[in-house]
Design a protein. Sequence first.
Length: 83
Amino acid sequence: MKTTLSKILYDKGWTEMELSRRTGLAQSYINRVKNSRIVPTVRTALKICRALEVPVEEAFVYEDKPYGVTHSVFFPRAVAERD
C-alpha cells in the first residue's frame, strides 16, 4: 500500500514528530508507514487521517499487487524436466 503522507505533511508544514505528537504513535512507526514499509491497521490509519484532517482515500493508495511483491514468482523446474 502506498501513501501520500509525505506530501500531506509537507503541505501542512508538519514533521513526522508533529504527527507523532498529535496521534500518540511513535515517530519511527510514522516513518515506516510513510515509507510504505508497513501497513497500518484500519484503526491506526483512521487515527493518522483524523490528525491530518484528510480522508483515508487521500492518504492511503491501494495497490493491486500484494504487499512486498515486486517481481513474478520463481519456481525452479523439477530435476526430471531438465533431463
